[in-house]
Design a protein around this ligand. Structure first.
Ligand SMILES: *Cc1c(COP(=O)(O)O)cnc(C)c1O
Ligand SMILES: [Zn+2]
Length: 481
């Protein structure tokens, strides 16, 4: 198998219901089981064929493809055989998603926190969040469906905490006809940057009052009764694309993830599902020999998954919560649709990796903000959810869940710029009381205007340069050379 050629393996994809176990062919768009209403996962019936190739060979193939000039294999589809191996080359949409860098904590941040970790900067995806991984797969699948069914118009719809809509609108705009994008947002609950994205991509942007969970219910009703393609994480093709995160973590560390702890913020719980699923597939194929440990992180203001796993095993009960305002707004979800997937995969993860292989930790809003500000002051580009991961790591250490000699990989799920409003609230002590965040005033940073606007008027450039330089010298107390 050469890096320049499109892979030869073809699989048969099937939906598997996590409620009743029913199976259905993957050649139509399903979100939930028509029999029992539970969520689905996708399986390749021919996955066992892949086992005929040894793990070491898979590593070589994936490493070779990491440098391929082949567009369809440049992004997440360099792991083609493990994602949706019934797609043809012409179906694959690649907008440069994936291949995001893992950046070790700066020496000063390591010293300040006393832990050994790295950020995987998934904010360096094209629409600046990890959601592009799932969308690349979901849209490639949609292209495949349109081609097979000769559809002439497909309306793609999603509810979003901001980043799903940004990604969906961008991919829809790129693919063009027959796809059209509609996004449904909770009014006032996405950041201005996130709102600007679907607007810029030309999507129809509809807002409703309430929170994400409310919008999600509306979209579900629409998907049930009308001809629309749902792009929320109920869409299991997105989960497949997001598995690429796990593959990339393993590849970055030369396929050795023993002793690694992977921290993931949990909102609708699609991402953590995908991460566990990805590592399990690699273990199954012998591409890795041990599982890493996976930690979900939730804020006190949106913590249903934490609550579930915090209860003693005998009396765990799934209960959605009502969310409170959270700076980790992209994960501010009280009724995550993928919870049954997490439950299933966590069982398998613990079975294969032991009791400590999957855990959930909880953090305060204060800890999230302090951690994000601290990380970024040391050269990182963490969003609030990335701050949540660092706060989760620090709590895990305090609780004795993360020990000496271990290394953590934290998911910075979006680019810090998308959440700069929260940074601004921190610097100006402007948090509404519901957030419960009191800034550390020593960290506040603001621009200083050195000269009044009027100082530029009526003087030539050379004079202004001297005036300006004098003001800088005075402010910084610079000494002449
Ligand atoms: C969507 C999102 C999350 C939450 O991911 P889930 O898959 O819903 O758990 C976290 N961070 C960012 C930046 C997101 O966009
Ligand atoms: Zn079912």
């Amino acid at each position: 198998m050469q890096g320049k050629e499109f892979p030869a393996h073809r699989g048969r994809m099937e939906y598997v219901c996590l409620g009743c176990g029913a199976r259905r062919p993957g050649d139509s768009l399903l979100y939930t089981c028509p029999d029992c209403g539970s969520v689905l996962l996708l399986e390749d019936l021919d996955f066992s064929e892949l086992k005929k190739t040894p793990g070491t060979e898979w590593r070589r193939i994936f490493d070779e493809r990491a440098a391929t000039p082949h567009t369809a294999l440049r992004g997440i589809f360099r792991f083609y055989e493990m994602l949706a191996p019934m797609l043809e080359e012409e179906d694959i949409v690649c907008l440069g998603e994936g291949q995001t860098p893992i950046v070790e904590a700066s020496p000063s941040l390591r010293a300040a926190t006393g832990v050994d970790f790295a950020y995987k900067n998934d904010g360096q995806n094209p629409s600046a969040s990890f959601k592009d991984r799932g969308m690349a797969c979901a849209f490639s699948y949609l292209k495949w469906l349109c081609r097979r069914n000769r559809w002439d118009e497909v309306l793609t719809v999603c509810a979003s905490t901001g980043d799903t809509s940004a990604a969906a609108a961008m991919y829809a705009a790129y693919v063009g006809a027959p796809l059209k994008s509609v996004v449904l947002l909770p009014h006032g609950k996405v950041t201005p940057q996130q709102l600007s994205q679907p607007l810029g991509s030309g999507a129809t942007v509809l807002e409703l009052p309430g929170v994400f969970d409310d919008c999600m219910k509306v979209v579900e009703l629409l998907a049930e009764k009308y001809r629309v393609a749902l792009l929320n994480s109920k869409n299991s093709w997105r989960i497949l694309g997001q598995e690429s995160y796990a593959y990339e973590v393993a590849q970055w560390y030369n396929w050795n993830v023993t002793g690694q702890c992977v921290f993931v913020p949990v909102g609708n719980a699609g991402n953590i599902t995908a991460v566990m699923s990805g590592f399990l597939k690699m273990l199954d194929l012998g591409i890795i020999t041990d599982l890493p440990r996976v930690f979900g992180v939730q804020s006190e203001h949106a913590d249903p998954v934490w609550r579930y796993y915090d209860a003693p095993k005998e009396n765990r009960q799934w209960k959605p919560v009502t969310v409170q305002p959270s700076v980790a707004q992209a994960a501010m979800i009280g009724n995550p649709v993928s919870f049954p997937r997490v439950k299933r995969l966590a069982e398998r993860f613990i079975e294969a990796g032991g009791e400590r292989a999957f855990q959930v930790v909880r953090v305060t809003e204060q800890q999230i903000m302090d951690a994000m500000i601290q990380a970024n002051r040391h050269g990182h580009i963490a969003c609030t959810q990335g701050g949540e991961c660092l706060a989760g790591l620090l709590n895990a250490r305090s609780l004795g869940l993360f020990g000496e000699g271990e290394h953590a990989v934290l998911d910075a799920t979006a680019h810090s710029l998308k959440f700069s409003g929260f940074q601004n609230m921190y610097f100006t002590d402007g948090f509404p009381p519901e957030y419960g965040v009191t800034p550390d005033k020593r960290l506040a940073n603001k621009p200083e205007l050195l000269l009044p606007e009027s100082a530029r008027r009526g003087v030539d450039v050379a004079t202004f340069a001297r005036l300006g330089a004098d003001a800088v010298v005075k402010r910084l107390d610079l000494q002449a050379k």
